[in-house]
Ligand binder design. Structure first.
Ligand SMILES: [Zn+2]
Length: 192
């Protein structure tokens, strides 16, 4: 084969085929364990560190009194959000009533904002408890809000591996944060 300066797929070894390639190097970072805490302490915890960062830097969409909403750095779908209590707590039963209410209210707000901005056909809501339950950061509870569209992959590929994400995270955060004030309708829950 003649040498060329480019990196055309046809120049690589092997037979060309009809498949499109979907390159998702951000998933490899995840698989390699980037951002995984070395232990379960708050000092190592990304969910404890995020609120101290700026909204754009931390991908924070909204901040409440007891919980905040952040874009998932490794999204299953575009607009994949998480409602997270500020307090470093691993288990759902360990949340106070007020924290439970605000995580719930922020989850409702996230759904309203995603409906207003990108009209998903459905949602998956969920908390993965413990590493064996699928939690990437098991020590700090977080509620996933995953928008779903007709014709996107079914849930098994979503939980099992790679997923194309067509929108850059920063752009998504800007759009959702701007829509939050108008559409989230989250009431204060500190009266609990
Ligand atoms: Zn934490």
């Amino acid at each position: 084969m003649a040498a060329t300066g480019g990196e055309r797929a046809a120049d690589f070894a092997g037979d060309a085929d009809g498949f499109e390639r979907l390159w998702t190097p951000h998933r490899m970072v995840y698989i390699d364990g980037a951002d995984k805490p070395a232990d379960d302490t708050p000092r190592q915890c990304p969910f404890c560190a995020i609120p101290a960062r700026g909204d754009e830097d931390g991908l924070v969409v909204a901040r409440g009194d007891l919980a905040y909403v952040v874009l998932n750095l490794y999204p299953y779908n575009p607009g994949h959000l998480m409602a997270v209590p500020y307090r470093h707590v691993a288990g759902y039963p360990e949340l106070t009533t007020a924290e439970l209410a605000e995580v719930g209210a922020m989850t409702q707000g996230a759904i309203r904002v995603l409906r207003a901005t990108s009209a998903p056909a459905g949602f998956n809501l969920g908390v993965n408890q413990g590493a064996v339950g699928g939690a990437g950061i098991a020590a700090h509870l977080h509620q996933h809000v995953v928008p779903r569209w007709q014709g996107d992959a079914n849930f098994m590929p979503i939980v099992a591996g790679t997923k194309p994400v067509p929108q850059l995270l920063g752009e998504t955060r800007d759009r959702l944060a701007a829509a939050w004030a108008e559409h989230a309708e989250v009431e204060a829950v500190t009266t609990c």
